[in-house]
Design a protein around this ligand. Sequence first.
Ligand SMILES: Nc1ncnc2c1ncn2[C@@H]1O[C@H](COP(=O)(O)OP(=O)(O)OP(=O)(O)O)[C@@H](O)[C@H]1O
Length: 308
Amino acid sequence: MISLTGFGKDYGDFTAVESIDLTIEAGETFGFIGPNGAGKSTTIRFLATLLRASRGGGVVAGCDVMGDPVGVRQAIGYMPDNFGVYDGMRVWEFLDFFAVAYRIGRTERKQIIDNVLELLDLTHKRNDFVNGLSRGMKQRLCLAKTLVHDPPILILDEPASGLDPRARVEVKALLKELRKMGKTILISSHILTELADCCTSIGIIERGQLLMHGPIDSVYKQIRRNRIVQIQFVSGEEAGMSILRSNPHLRSLEHEPTGVIAELETGDEGLAELLEELVRAGVRMKSFNDRDPTLEDVFMTVTKGLVT
Ligand SMILES: Nc1ncnc2c1ncn2[C@@H]1O[C@H](COP(=O)(O)OP(=O)(O)OP(=O)(O)O)[C@@H](O)[C@H]1O
C-alpha cells in the first residue's frame, strides 16, 4: 500500500536521507521512529507529495508519488508536524474548508463533519474559534481534517508531540480506533514508547538510514539475542557492578530508578552463570529479572550498531 524504492533526498551537499527501501502493507500501523533530524519528516513529506526525491521513488495506494501526485493526495490524509490555523475560522468551518477542497458536496459535507467531530470528540467545540482551542484540541482538529475525504491511508508526522500525557493516551486510543476502521497508518515519533502498543510494525531511522524495519514481533525477536536484565541489589552493589563490568557478554550497563539494567549478548546459560557468580561473591539481590525488550531498548541497541 505504501512503498519506497531507493528513496533518497539531498538538500544541496547535505544528504538528509540516503536510500530507503520499505513496504507498508494495507491495514498496518507503521511507527517511523528516529531522533530529531533523522529524516522522518523528509520521507513523510515526499510521500505526501510535498517534495521531490533526489533519487528513487515511491508508490502510495497504487499511485506513483512523483508521476501521479493528485492520485496520492486523494488516497492520503496528511498531518504535518507543525500546522497553521486560519484566524477567525470556527471548528466546523475549518473542516468544511478542507471538505470543499476535496470537492465533497454540501449535504454530504454536513454529515461528514458531524461524524468526524464525533469521532474526535470535538462535537461540543463545533462553533468555537480554532485559534482559541488548546494545543491538544488543535491537534485533534488537525487529525479530524485528515479524515474528511475518508482516505484509506493516514500519514501523521508526530501527531502527539507537545501533548500532555492524557492527550497522548487519547491520540493512541484514536489510532487504534482508526486501525479498526481499516486505515493504513504511518506515524512518526521520536518518543519511542509512545508507539509501542499501537503499532503493528516499526522502522528505525537514524542519520538518513533505515536501520531496521519489520513487524514489531520480529524486530523484538531479532533483538532478543541481547538479553536485558534488571537487577536490584540489597547489598554488595560495588562488587556486583564490578562482576557485571568484567562479564565478556556485557554490552551496556545503566542505572535506572528501578535498578541496574544490564544488556548482555548471551543466552539462558550465560545469565545463569552470571547469577551464580554474583551469589557466590556474596552479592545480595532482591531481583534479577530478564525483562522483555522495550521499544526504547530496541532503538538503543539498533542505533548502537549491535544488530546486523
Ligand atoms: N529544507 C531543508 N534544507 C536543508 N536541510 C534540511 C531541510 N529540511 C530538513 N533538512 C535537514 O535534513 C535532516 C533531516 O530532517 P527531517 O526534518 O527530515 O528530520 P526528522 O527526523 O523529521 O527530525 P524532527 O524529529 O526534528 O522533525 C536534518 O538534518 C535537517 O536539518
